[in-house]
Each structure stands twice: as C-alpha cells, then as structure tokens.
Design a binder for this molecule. Sequence first.
Ligand SMILES: *[C@@H]1O[C@H](CO)[C@@H](O)[C@H](O)[C@H]1NC(C)=O
Ligand SMILES: *[C@@H]1O[C@H](CO)[C@@H](O)[C@H](O)[C@H]1NC(C)=O
Ligand SMILES: *[C@@H]1O[C@H](CO)[C@@H](O)[C@H](O)[C@H]1NC(C)=O
Length: 582
Amino acid sequence: MWTRNTPGRTRWIVLGAAALWMLLGAGVGELPMARAAHLTGTFEVDEFFRFLHKFGFQKTEKHSQKDTEWDTFGYIYGNITSSVNFTVPVTLAVLDKRSFLEYYANRNDYDRDVACQRMFEKLDKIVYSRACNPHAEADYLRRIPCEPGKLCVDEDTQENVVPGSQFTFVISDPNVPRFWYVSMVACYQNVSTCQWHHYDYRKYHPEPPAINYDITLVNGNPNRQTLSFFNPLLFHFSFDQQNTLEMYLIFFVVYLLMVPLQIYAVRLQKHPVTRLFTVSLVLEFVSVCLLLTHTVRYAMNGVGDEKLAIMGDIFDIFSRTSFMLILLLLAKGWAVTRLQISVSSWILLMVIWIPYCAIHVLLYIWNRTEVDIISDIDEYQTWPGWLVLACRSTMMLWFLWELRTTMKYEHSSQKLDFLLHFGASSLVWFIYLPIVAIIAVNVSPLWRYKLLLGITNSADCLAYCVMMGLLWPNRAGQYLLLTGTNFAGMDELDEFNEAPHIVHRDSDTLHSSNGDLAIDDYLDNEDDEIETLVLSTDDLLHTGSSYAVGSGSGSGGGSKPLSLHNGSALNGGIGKGGRSFD
Ligand SMILES: *[C@@H]1O[C@H](CO)[C@@H](O)[C@H](O)[C@H]1NC(C)=O
Ligand SMILES: *[C@@H]1O[C@H](CO)[C@@H](O)[C@H](O)[C@H]1NC(C)=O
Ligand SMILES: *[C@@H]1O[C@H](CO)[C@@H](O)[C@H](O)[C@H]1NC(C)=O
C-alpha cells in the first residue's frame, strides 16, 4: 500500500521545502538592494555611468509656495565629495523621462568621448550652463564632486540649498506627477569649447578616483516638516508607492482578526484541509507583518529593511501557491467526496504545482534583478510573468475539469451546493489576476504599482475570508468528510460508498461498530482498506509529530489513528467529533 510510505514521503517533501527555503534565504542577500529614497554609496569614475534612482515626484499643489508649511515640491539634496582632487569635475544629472531616454540610450557607445557628446547633444540645448547656455531654464546638472564643507560650484546662493547639504534640486510640476531619474556620468564640458568629453582618469590619476555620495529624495520640504504637517505616508515615498503603508496597515488589522479566529477553528475541528488553509493564512499574515515592518521603517528613514521586504514577498508567494493547492485538492473532491487521492493524482498534482511555485519565485527574482528599472514594465509584462499567468490559467481549466468530474459523481445536495459555491468563488480568484495584469498594461506606471498591489491583496484577503467561512467548523461538517471524527455519521459514508468511482471497498468492516475487530484489522492486515482510509488524509499532511498534538487535546479530530491503540478508544471516540454534524 502506498499510503504506508506517506509519512516518509511527507518528510522528504518537508526536507525539500526546507532546503529550498534555506537556498532562498541565502539568495536574499544576493538580490540588489536599491529601492531606497536615501542613497549612499561610492561611484568610481572608471565605471563611466551609474544609474542611481528613479523617483516619482507628486504633482505640485497650485497654492504651494516654497518654504511654507504647504510646500509640496519635490526635493533632491545631499553631499557629493571626493578625497581626490579632480582636474575637471564630472556630472550629476537629474532628468525627467523625456530627456532621460536619449541620454540613457547613448551611454554604451564604445568610444566614451563620442558617448558623452551624444548623451548631452539634446540636453545641451535646454540645460542651463553659465558659460555655454546662460539663457536656458532647465537646471538639471551639477558638477561633482563638490569641495568638502562648501556648496557645489553650480549652487549660487545658500538659501536655495537645504541646510546641511551641498546641492539641492527643487522639482515642481503643477500638472502631473512625474518620474525623475538620477544618475552620474564621467563626462565633463570644456567651458571654452562647450564640447562634452569623457573624463579619462588615466591622464590625471594613477587609480580611478572615487566619489562618495549621500543623496536624499523626498516629496515635501525637508526643512518645513513640522509635526502637524509632516505626512510620513508621503514624505519618503516615491509617488507610485505613496499610501502603501495604510494599505498594509489595513490588511495587517484584518489578518490580525482572522488568524486567531482560524486558529480557534482549527483547534475545534482538526481536518487536513483546515490545517493546510491555516498554514496558508499564517504565511500570508507573516508576509504582511514583514512588509509592514519594512514600510514603517522606510517611512521613518527612507531606507527601510530590504531583506524583510524580500522575505515578505516570498512568504506571500508561498501563501498564494499553497492556497491554490487547497483549491485543487478540494476540486478533486479530497475530503469532500473521498478521503484519499490516488497516487497518480498526487504525482500529477505535485508535478504541476511544484514547478508552478518555482516559476513564481523565478518571476520574482527575475523582476528584481533582470528587469531594467527604466523600462517601466511591471512583473506581468516579462516572459516569466506571462508564464505564471499562463500556468495559472491552465490550472484554472484543470480545476474546472476536476470539479466537474467530482460533481458528476456526487449526489448529496448539500455537497453539490458546497461545490457549486466553492467553484464559483474559486473561479473568480483564479481569473482575476490575468484580467488585472491585462488592465495594468494600459495604466500609467505611476499608478500601476498601487493598483496591482491593492487588487491582488484585496482579492487574496477576500478569498481567505470566503474560504474561512466555508471551512468554519459548524458549516464544514455538512460537506467535508471529517477523517475518523465521526463513525456515527454513517449516512455520509454510505453516500460515499455509492459514488461509482469508489470501487473495491470492504464495507462490512466499515460498518462494524466493534472496535476490537477494527483494531485487529489494523494490527493484522496491512492491506486493510479501512484503516488506510482512516490514516490517509492525515498522513498526507502531517508526519508523526502532529499525532501528539491530536492525542494531547483529546478532542478527537483528524488524529484518530492513535486512539486505535487504546483498545476501546475507537468507540469512545465516536461521539466526540459529532458536533460537526449537528
Ligand atoms: C586639493 O586641492 C586643495 C586646494 O586646491 C588642496 O588644499 C588639497 O591639498 C588638495 N588635495 C589633494 C589630495 O591633492
Ligand atoms: C554634508 O555637508 C555639510 C557641509 O559640507 C555637512 O555639514 C553635513 O553634515 C554633510 N551631510 C552629510 C549627510 O554628510
Ligand atoms: C578645453 O579646450 C581648450 C581648447 O581646445 C583646451 O586648450 C583645453 O585644454 C581644454 N580643457 C580641458 C579641461 O580639456
């Protein structure tokens, strides 16, 4: 009997998951960590070009005035120094998308001198320069590094600079919120010819000189953040991520209510589906906690804790995929119309589900490492993204097919009703993501992040609520087969036996109320169908350790097999789980 091996198999699965988890844990350190609004680092000029940050600045309020409480300008300020004296300064560029794209596209020219000229060709016409373009308006460039303890050469008055910093860009756009792109490049303009050239350090220095930077990007005036006007939900956040803190806070509160309720429910009614669901819910709760912690820290210092954020995202992925596993298992009729699933079905399920998890994680890593931040695409516009959506849609079709098969052989109207409701709500859950991903393509990237985050989190939260309602102990007893909890509920088992797809069953023994007989069978006959039936569902999910939990509480539930050893305990156990059938 294959079920005999299941505890061992489960152990392997658990071990595999643990190994995967450790790999991921190690991998977290490798992922790039540059999503903060407070940037510190070192730029070595032999690197030629360094993209620093993309930041969304909010739309400036009409009555907004600089240095008032209502200042809604965007500010970029900080220090840029070097311990080496540069012969000529290189360039810090803060550009909006229009001017940035061409500048960025030309950075890779093999001849660096040509690259510099091309990058600044268009910009030269619009950017202010005291020597070469004194009538232009746009103030996009700074010559760096600046002399320690002094303002940068391009800053003319102290008033325009945020105290304690060497340079300040003030960003205002009364019409629309906009992304701005901060970068450094080893190019300089010869003030006598107005030509751009590559700063070839080999001519002046034995080693590539390093430039240290400490730059902060904020929405709102950093000087005027008095307590009453300081808005921590907006200040450090790029426009596309403003107010995400509230969102996480709301979900945190919702899950804070749901998790204890569900833990109460799972203690009341021990059932593998309920347990798997609890695991999924707890994973989601942990994920929200981690993300909330990161976001709160980010709101305070503009840096946050990127490791927590990555862990949170990965917990979220595992929570969602395990939820999908529950849906697939229920659609197969597991614990609803049958207590065990054939080994081939399990293999098929795992062969599809495990790669699905893997692709999901791959998409996440890909999205963080490979996707060019300039490109403005979200995770579902990359090929792993499409792959995940395709997999999800395929799983949905499979889910429907399984559900149809299950319903065809089900006669109990309560169960049919359950399956119908369950199927409909699951279908909504399956289908929403592809639809949202398609809609998101047409949404401005300034709004897309919040849209995707809000919709996916709300939909998942709703799905958890619905599932929690469906699996709530009193209701669930009407349609879920509760392993071993209730042998008095024979009508349930009779229906079960009538189902044509259940072949070969030793129903005589099943109906025997003689505990001793069952125990004898259990001890003597390795191939007995009944105790396989009793053992199976639980074993699939829980290895030996969980039995202790079940027997300790003494309230019956899915851990019944232990009580078989107590002789008369089988009869004793009959009434206990019966509350579910009231
Ligand atoms: C850089 O220049 C300043 C003044 O021009 C001088 O005082 C300083 O010693 C120089 N530093 C180095 C490392 O050459
Ligand atoms: C930036 O430079 C100013 C003056 O040069 C100094 O007072 C300030 O502490 C520096 N700030 C940082 C964050 O290094
Ligand atoms: C700038 O151009 C002038 C004229 O061609 C040249 O004499 C000077 O050395 C150049 N300066 C730099 C820093 O390259």
